[in-house]
Design a protein around this ligand. Structure first.
Ligand code: DOR
Ligand code: ZN
Length: 440
């Protein structure tokens, strides 16, 4: 039984920060002690001046296997996760081919086994016809529904979504944008360009906040009527939040992604289609609105929507460039930077990125530094200031929208199941990631 003691650090939890030593035995947290106690361990790691947090749980990533491993694969994607202090990811089903059956899920499980540095859970997709497969699927995060076109073309109609709410027995996560409004707006705004090169900022007009709010309203009504659990993916605007607040009593939850907390329409000038994403980046007012909603507890979790595409793909013109951007390595630094300079509290970060996703999706034994929980832990240096550099990233796509930005607060060590997998900027451990267990 190998033991590790994380000594003299400060532990973050959903109530605040406290001084404690953390004892790990094999893959579990076996105890926490007041500083100064004589505790024996096989290995003692000095964490003086450092913050010890539960490993982050990212409930929304696109790892790109099967089918698009030229953009990202499980090795590179899970390296990026642990380098970013993320110890568990839930992978989306918009692969090639899409994940729609129990067989697809099992094939994906076989593909990932022994290749992941971080833990993982899987989503199944919905194509309008596979409700019985969804209901048969075991141990999944939930079912992902695309109410609008995006990478993978998994859009389904309103009638089918209504059926799913009535008949399915899993958590429903919806990408909520209204396809009819998108089609109308596309025609209107593209006409303005009349053969000239299209300005990427058109994306935020075509897929407007109204268009997102309309779809959010539609699915919230279905959740209310059916009594079924609904989680709205990547909210990006005040309008969507306003709708969700009306349906809080029906158990509707939501997430925000880091790009909607940091990037805005003002950034198209510099970043062009590199920040093309669905739903799009919004006005600065909406960015502020997302922080306000986080502070007021109106947003349940932060999830990356890590959606890697190659540099070459993103360099294309508006019509060709795919939507999405990598985020695994920058989520925690962005949040820690906000703790350092924007008044976010460590307890809020832990609730939004660790405890919240564990509770919302019913993950067993994760999201807290507590006796008996899995030893998924990230040690953080709150004083480290580091510039994001494309050439230092682990994601296969090799670029970040934050290249050149300096964040204060970085992960320096990541443990997955008690194994040190990331230290001092390097992936040092083995591929110890396992599929998580969901309650129910
Ligand atoms: O921008 C996005 N990219 N939005 C999505 O819904 C999918 C994602 C991807 O998989 O590329
Ligand atoms: Zn996504």
């Amino acid at each position: 039984m190998a033991t590790i003691l994380l000594k003299d650090g400060q532990v973050g939890c959903g109530l605040g920060v406290y001084d404690a030593d953390v004892l790990i035995e094999d893959n579990k947290i076996v105890n926490t002690f007041d500083w100064g106690k004589e505790i024996k361990a096989d290995k003692v790691i000095d964490c003086k001046g450092k913050l010890i947090l539960p490993g982050l749980i990212d409930a929304h990533v696109h790892m790109r296997e099967p089918g698009q491993s030229y953009k990202e694969d499980w090795e590179t994607g899970s390296k990026a996760a642990v380098a970013g202090g993320i110890t568990t990811v839930f992978d989306m089903p918009n692969n090639q081919p899409p994940i729609l059956t129990v067989k697809d899920l099992d094939a994906k499980r076989a593909l990932i086994a022994d290749r992941s540095y971080c833990n993982y859970g899987l989503f199944i997709g919905f194509n309008g016809k596979n409700i019985s497969e969804i209901n048969k699927a075991k141990n999944i995060a939930g079912v992902k529904v695309y109410a609008a076109t995006s990478t993978g073309n998994m859009i389904v109609g309103g009638g089918d979504i209504e059926k799913l709410f009535k008949k399915c027995n899993k958590t429903i996560v919806v990408h909520a944008e209204d396809e009819v409004s998108i089609a109308e707006n596309t025609e209107t705004y593209l006409a303005e360009f009349d053969g000239r090169e299209i300005d990427p900022s058109i994306h935020s007009k075509i897929r407007s906040p109204e268009c997102a709010a309309k779809a959010v309203k539609f699915v919230c009504e279905l959740a209310k009527k059916s009594g079924h659990k609904l989680h709205v993916a990547h909210v990006s605007s005040d309008q969507e939040i306003a709708v969700i607040l009306e349906y809080r009593d029906s158990g509707v939850t939501c997430e925000v992604s880091p790009h909607h907390l940091l990037l805005s329409e003002d950034d198209y000038g510099q970043l062009n289609n590199f920040i093309k994403v669905n739903p799009p980046v919004r006005s600065r007012t909406n960015v502020f609105g997302m922080w306000k909603a986080l502070k007021f507890g109106e947003i349940d979790i932060v999830a990356t929507d890590h959606a890697p595409h190659t540099f070459v793909e993103k360099q294309q013109g508006y019509m060709q460039a795919p939507s999405g951007m990598p985020e695994l390595e920058t989520l925690l630094p962005i949040m820690l930077n906000a703790v350092n300079s924007e008044g976010l509290e460590v307890k809020e970060l832990v609730k939004l990125c660790c405890e919240g996703p564990a509770k919302l999706f019913g993950v067993k034994g994760k999201g807290q530094i507590e006796v008996g929980f899995d030893a998924d832990i990230v040690v953080v240096d709150m004083d480290m200031e580091r510039e994001v550099k494309n050439e230092e990233l682990f994601t296969k796509c090799g670029w970040s929208p934050y290249h050149g930005s300096v964040f204060k607060g970085w992960p320096i060590m990541t443990f997955v199941g008690g194994e040190l997998v990331f230290k001092g900027g390097k992936v040092v451990g083995k591929k110890v990631g396992k599929e998580v267990e969901f309650e129910g």
